[in-house]
Design a protein around this ligand. Structure first.
Ligand code: AMP
Length: 422
């Protein structure tokens, strides 16, 4: 019986895993530089956590969530996103008592049942930042700055930051009313999902992917015209802070974000050249979420980005993402006596922290040199019975062909040369 990988998922194979490690390490570094600490939550949570936070009418909950019932009939979901679990943990662990400012980041797989295509998978890996504890527009700009600085440091060009404000629940209600007025005449021509959205969340009409719905939103009212005075001021300050931080952006009133919990700032980072799935990261402020899932009323802002699309973009720009690890040296052993005696020497080299490859199943000089070449090692250490008697080893530089004889000591002589090369 042969088994295939589930549709919309992928293996990270050894020839690629170093690239993933590189971008993940790099994200950890930038997050730490801004004072963020890592949090890891389970990949499944009570389904209701997502239903309440993302909104019953969101696509993620309606169509994309992997829901399952366990043996005790409890309903869980594979997490479709990272913010609700982080907030659940924040509330459950009383993090607000520990500090008035909480800076958390996460990395991990998310799950959405969506139609797979380039840059869209059913299991995908996200990185995310959550800043909890202040409504100050400075933090909106700082959170955006982390993402932009990181992507620029990785070497990406052609990035576009788009921002919007979706206001607070009061301005959102006025805006929803205006949208219903606007879309009412077209109601019979919209897709069935949009008809539902019309009643539940008219803002989602702006985000519909169905081609026949798109023309109807031309000329739709803009959320920015329906912001109350505090929300208008908040958004103006976010824009002002971004400009002061030398971060370019465009205002796109069509950014609504898929999930219900967003308030005020919403943003997306677009990389042109990835086709339909060109959003690298997105996020926004979610001032009501903590209270909504059982905590105090504490403002917060965050974002999430996808590693798959990031890797596609980096590959497109031919940016090198670290290197596959190669041995420091390949140990070549000739002769029966040497074969046993060499284990002690091999052990000494490894205890010094060197990565040494050795294959006891290969006996000919030719086979061992071939294996040394394939391994990518820069050096071969050659020991035969005569070297063993003379208490020496030969160290050959596989790049220059140069060879030196060194003492068969506790590994110090070889280590000194290999270490210099590091
Ligand atoms: P979202 O949580 O929908 O705001 O998405 C944030 C980021 O996660 C997007 O900008 C993508 O980079 C990534 N992402 C979202 N959904 C998928 C998916 N199905 N496959 C791959 N990446 C995804």
């Amino acid at each position: 019986m042969k088994y295939n990988i589930p549709r919309g998922t992928f293996d990270i194979l050894p020839q690629d895993s170093y690239k993933w490690q590189f971008v993940m390490d790099s994200f950890r570094k930038i997050a730490s530089r801004f004072g963020y600490e890592e949090i890891s939550t389970p990949i499944f949570e009570t389904a209701e956590l997502f239903e309440r936070s993302s909104g019953e009418s969101s696509d993620v909950v309606q169509k994309e969530m992997y829901r399952f019932t366990d043996r005790k009939e409890r309903i869980f979901a594979l997490r479709p996103e990272g913010t609700a679990p982080v907030v659940r943990s924040y509330v459950e662990n009383h993090m607000d008592v520990l500090s008035s400012r909480t800076k958390l980041y996460y990395i991990g797989p998310m799950f959405r049942y969506d139609r797979p295509q380039a840059g869209r998978y059913r299991q995908f890996y996200q990185y995310g930042i959550e800043f909890i504890g202040s409504d100050n527009p400075y933090y909106d700009a700082e959170v955006i700055a982390i993402e932009m600085l990181w992507l620029q440091e990785l070497g990406l060009k052609n990035l576009r930051l788009e921002i919007n404000s979706v206001g607070c629940p009061t301005c959102a209600a006025d805006y929803d009313a205006a949208l219903r007025e606007f879309f009412r005449p077209a109601l019979q021509d919209l897709c069935p999902d949009c008809v539902k959205r019309f009643d539940l969340k008219p803002r989602r009409l702006l985000d519909c992917k169905v081609a026949s719905c798109k023309p109807f939103r031309v000329g739709a009212p803009s959320q920015l015209d329906y912001l109350d005075a505090p929300c208008t001021e908040h958004f103006a300050k976010v824009c002002e802070s971004l400009t002061a931080m030398d971060i370019s952006y465009i205002i796109n009133p069509a950014i609504v974000r898929g999930l219900d919990y967003y308030t005020n700032t919403a943003f997306e980072v677009i990389y042109e050249g990835l086709g339909a799935q060109n959003s690298l990261a997105g996020g926004g402020r979610y001032n009501g979420l903590i209270e909504q899932i059982g905590g105090k009323s504490i403002p917060a802002i965050g974002f999430a980005g996808g590693f798959e699309r990031l890797l596609l973009a980096l590959e497109k720009e031919q940016i090198e993402l670290g290197k596959r690890i190669c041995p420091d040296a390949y140990l070549i052993c000739l002769g029966e006596k040497a074969r046993v005696a060499i284990y002690t020497y091999l052990n000494h080299l490894r205890q010094k922290g060197l990565y040494i490859e050795y294959d006891p199943d290969k006996s000919s000089l030719k086979a061992q040199f071939k294996a040394a070449d394939t391994s990518g090692a820069s050096y071969a250490i050659i020991v035969g019975d005569s070297e063993l008697e003379a208490k020496t080893v030969n160290l050959k530089n596989l790049v220059t062909g140069e060879q030196v004889s060194l003492p068969l000591d506790g590994g110090e002589a070889v280590y000194a040369i290999l270490h210099q090369d590091h």
